[in-house]
Design a protein around this ligand. Structure first.
Ligand code: HEC
Ligand code: HEC
Length: 303
């Protein structure tokens, strides 16, 4: 795969320099059945990509629990990564909604030594407009890569220390196949949150605030209830109260953290028994709609 990719790259490079020969060479390239990257993208696993986006170094006690496949091919010291996880997780800088500092994370301020600023990039838009190849390149080699010797412990947003806010060069963390998995997630498995609810923001990062309206939009609540009965109720109970989600029921969680549930449902709650549930955007919208019903999916009683 790699050899074919490099060969093609070399062919394209030569084509740039040799004027007329370029035409011939390019037509040769076009005659190849597909470029290596297109084939790699096709065979990539977007669900794994979504888990890598969440927390690539997450592990699970057993195969019954949700965890990404991450080879650590570059032999990184994962305990260092885990000790400063938010400097490495895509979701910290880009958000569960991929809208960065203009999305649900408008109020997620940086913390000294703990977590960086949320990025201004609209990754949801980039995922739609950019080609798989371009996304791959941006992830492997960011425009503004963070220096490899950056130490999160020195990060202080109050002083001049932008390195923590810069994107790590993931080409030195992930294999090519793992990056393709993430690209596939961004383009195909990630949910477009604008189809799930209206996000209302006030103010600006990092002191802004958010609220949600039109959760589930014009979704079919009845169809959503059936999805809940089939795919969730065994664990969460018919009314979503069975498992304590940080003091919340499933309904409550959805109504307060609408920006996160689509990811946890579609890509899994890492380290727990909640594995990814394959739902189309339409089905996700229906599930969202169903969970807005406070009678069928009440909150936990206040103690
Ligand atoms: C520490 C914060 C941080 C982390 C972690 C991070 N990014 Fe970024 N990302 C940024 C910033 C800042 C930019 C814009 C500047 C740049 O491209 O270097 C960016 C840009 C991007 C772009 C280019 C978007 C465009 O407009 O073309 C993509 C794609 C991207 N990130 C994906 C990811 C993925 C996937 C991960 C996890 C594997 C990730 N990022 C992790 C901060 C981060
Ligand atoms: C196999 C059991 C199982 C199934 C099936 C399951 N869940 Fe979960 N879910 C869990 C467990 C366990 C947790 C708590 C994990 C933890 O403590 O972090 C959880 C957590 C959650 C959370 C909170 C996530 C967070 O970020 O803390 C939500 C929301 C949720 N589930 C919704 C659903 C919905 C909706 C479905 C159906 C599409 C579903 N779950 C299916 C077991 C399950």
């Amino acid at each position: 795969m790699r050899a074919r990719h490099e060969e093609l790259h070399a062919v394209q490079q030569t084509g740039l320099f040799i004027g007329t020969a370029a035409v011939i060479l390019l037509s040769m390239a076009a005659a190849l059945p597909r470029t290596a990257s297109a084939a790699d993208y096709d065979s990539a696993n977007g669900v794994n990509g979504g888990m890598l986006f969440d927390k690539f170094y997450a592990t699970a006690a057993s195969a019954k629990k949700a965890a990404p496949k991450f080879s650590n091919a570059f032999g990184i010291e994962l305990s260092n990564i885990a000790a400063a996880g938010d400097f490495h997780r895509c979701k910290q800088c880009h958000g569960w909604d991929r809208l960065g500092s203009k999305g649900a994370y408008i109020s997620r301020a940086p913390k000294t030594g703990i977590r960086p600023n949320v990025s201004r990039v609209n990754l949801a838009r980039a995922a739609t407009t950019d080609s798989p190849e371009k996304l791959f390149a941006r992830i492997a080699s960011p425009r503004n890569p963070r220096p490899a010797d950056f130490d999160p412990k020195t990060y202080d947003p109050a002083t001049e220390n932008p390195a923590g806010d810069l994107m790590p060069a993931y080409g030195k963390i992930f294999t090519e196949a793992e990056i393709w998995d993430i690209v596939k997630f961004l383009k195909e498995n990630a949910y477009d949150t604008t189809a799930l609810y209206d996000l209302k923001t006030e103010g600006t990062y990092p002191t802004g605030s958010v609220s949600y309206a039109e959760i589930g939009r014009d979704g079919d609540a009845k169809a959503g209830r059936t999805i809940f009965e089939d795919k969730c109720a065994d664990c969460h109970g018919d009314d979503g109260l069975e498992i304590d989600l940080g003091g919340k029921s499933v309904g409550q969680f959805l109504r307060t953290k609408a920006y996160e549930v689509h990811h946890k449902v579609g890509l899994g709650q890492l380290g727990s028994s909640m594995k990814p549930t394959k739902l189309s955007p339409e089905e996700m919208k229906n599930l969202y709609k169903a969970l807005t019903d406070e009678t069928a999916f009440p909150g936990k009683p206040a103690n």
